[in-house]
Ligand binder design. Structure first.
Ligand code: PLP
Length: 394
C-alpha cells in the first residue's frame, strides 16, 4: 500500500485539471497583468475569468471577489478592515473554537484595548445562539464566526448569526475555509458581508485565497502599493495560483453533490468500523450538523500523537487535534471548549477525506486501527482493563 491520505482539512492534492490550467501561466502566459501591452493584458483577462469562476461557486458577483495569499490573509484583512472602519467601536464577537488565523488576531487586539467576546459551544461543538445574541452590542465593531470547524467539521448556523448581526448594523465575517467546496454555499441573498476561503483546501494550489466582500460593505485595504485588485490589495498577482484556484472552484461546483455524498458514505463507514471494533472511543461532534468529509475520534487512554506515529508507519496520514507548543503537548482548544476532558482530548485523531479516497483506504484503516490502539493501551499506565483484550472494556 502506498500513502493513504486522510488529512484533507490540512491540505488537498491539486486536481490534474487545475495543474493543467495553471501550467501555461508560468512559462507561456507569464506577462504582468498590470502591463499595458497585449501580452500582459491577456493575462489580466484570464484573472477575470478565474474571478468569475470563484464568484459562481459562491453565487455572487465577480467584483465582490478579492484575491489574497490564502485563508489567513483573508481573515486578517476582513477583521482589520472592519476595525479600521469603526475605530470608535471597541468590541469584537467571535467563538471559542476558531482557527488560529482568527484567534491570534483577537488575542492581538485584546492586548490593544479591545473587548473580545468568545461565544461558547455546547458538548457537540454547536454555537450557543442565546449567548451570541446577548453578546451583540452597539459597541460591537465586527463579528467573525467560522462556517465549519477545521478539527471536528461541526457547522455553525452562519446565516442566522449574520442576520442577527445585521439587525444591529454590525458587519459579519465568516471564515469559510473548511466549508467552501464541501457544502453548498449560496451568498446571493445572504446577510454575510465578508467570507474567507483558501485555494489549497479544495484541490487548488497553496498560497492563494479569496476574501468575498459584499458590494456596499465598507472596506479599507491593509496592503498598500499598486492599484491591483481594484485598489483593495496591492502587489503583483500570483497569476498561476489564481488561475488554478478559479479552475478548482469550477470543478467544485460541478462535482459538489455527487462527490460529497460519496465522501460522506466513506466517512460514515470509517466511523462505524472503528466504533464497532475499538471500545472506549467517541466521535467528537458526531451528533451535530457537520462536514461530510471530517471525523474527529477520541480514543480514551492513549495519546493522539502515538496513534499518528503508528499510522504513519503504515503510510496513513491523519492528524491530531492537539498543537505542539514549546515541546509540551497541549490538548486541542476546540475539544476543551466542547467540554471534552483533557485526557480524552489528547487521544483525538482527525481523519479528513477527499474525492481521492476510496473504499479500500477505509477498509485498510479499519483493519489497522484496533491493533494500534491495543498496542498503545497495552503500554498505557492509565488503561484499566489489562492490555491483552481490548474488547473487554465497555
Ligand atoms: N481558517 C481555517 C478554518 C483553516 O482550516 C485554515 C487552514 O487550515 C485557515 C483558516 C488558514 O488558511 P491558509 O492555510 O490558506 O492560510
Amino acid at each position: 500500500m502506498g500513502t493513504i491520505y486522510m488529512d484533507n482539512n490540512a491540505t488537498t492534492r491539486v486536481s490534474q485539471d487545475v495543474l493543467d490550467a495553471m501550467q501555461p501561466f508560468h512559462h507561456v502566459l507569464y506577462g504582468n497583468p498590470s502591463s499595458i501591452h497585449t501580452f500582459g493584458s491577456q493575462v489580466a483577462e484570464k484573472i477575470e475569468v478565474a474571478r468569475e469562476q470563484v464568484a459562481a461557486l459562491l453565487g455572487v458577483h465577480s467584483k465582490e471577489i478579492l484575491f489574497s495569499s490564502g485563508g489567513t490573509e483573508s481573515d486578517n484583512t476582513a477583521i482589520r478592515s472592519a476595525l479600521e472602519i469603526s475605530p470608535e467601536k471597541r468590541h469584537i464577537v467571535t467563538s471559542t473554537v476558531e482557527h488560529p488565523a482568527i484567534r491570534s488576531l483577537y488575542r492581538y487586539f485584546s492586548k490593544r484595548g479591545y473587548r473580545v467576546t468568545e461565544v461558547p459551544v455546547n458538548g457537540g461543538g454547536e454555537l450557543d445562539m442565546t449567548y451570541y445574541k446577548e453578546s451583540l452590542t452597539s459597541d460591537t465593531a465586527v463579528v467573525s464566526l467560522m462556517w465549519a470547524n477545521n478539527e471536528t467539521g461541526v457547522l455553525f448556523p452562519v446565516e442566522k448569526a449574520a442576520l442577527l448581526a445585521h439587525e444591529r448594523g454590525i458587519p459579519f465575517h465568516t471564515d469559510a475555509v473548511q466549508a467552501v467546496g464541501k457544502i453548498p454555499i449560496d451568498l446571493k441573498n445572504s446577510p454575510v458581508d465578508m467570507l474567507s476561503l483558501s485555494g489549497h483546501k479544495l484541490h487548488g494550489p497553496k498560497g492563494v485565497g479569496v476574501l468575498f466582500i459584499r458590494r456596499g460593505t465598507r472596506f479599507r485595504p491593509t496592503t498598500l502599493g499598486g492599484h491591483q485588485e481594484m485598489g483593495r490589495r496591492a502587489g503583483t498577482e500570483n497569476t498561476p495560483a489564481i488561475i488554478g484556484f478559479g479552475k478548482a472552484c469550477e470543478l467544485a461546483s460541478q462535482e459538489m453533490d455527487k462527490k460529497n455524498s460519496r465522501i460522506k458514505q466513506l466517512r460514515d463507514k470509517l466511523e462505524r468500523g472503528i466504533l464497532a471494533t475499538v471500545p472506549n472511543t467517541r466521535i467528537n461532534g458526531g451528533n451535530s450538523p457537520r462536514l461530510p468529509n471530517t471525523t474527529n475520534i477520541s480514543f480514551e487512554y492513549v495519546e493522539g500523537e502515538g496513534i499518528l506515529l503508528l499510522l504513519d508507519e503504515l503510510g496513513i496520514c491523519a492528524s491530531s487535534g492537539s498543537a505542539c507548543t514549546s515541546g509540551s503537548l497541549e490538548p486541542s482548544h476546540v475539544l476543551l471548549a466542547m467540554g471534552v476532558p483533557a485526557a480524552t482530548a489528547q487521544g483525538a485523531v482527525r481523519f479528513s477525506l477527499s474525492k481521492y479516497n476510496n473504499k479500500e483506504d477505509i477498509d485498510y484503516v479499519i483493519e489497522k486501527i484496533p491493533g494500534i490502539i491495543l498496542k498503545l493501551r497495552d503500554m498505557s499506565p492509565l488503561w484499566p482493563y489489562g492490555g491483552e483484550n481490548i474488547s473487554r472494556a465497555a
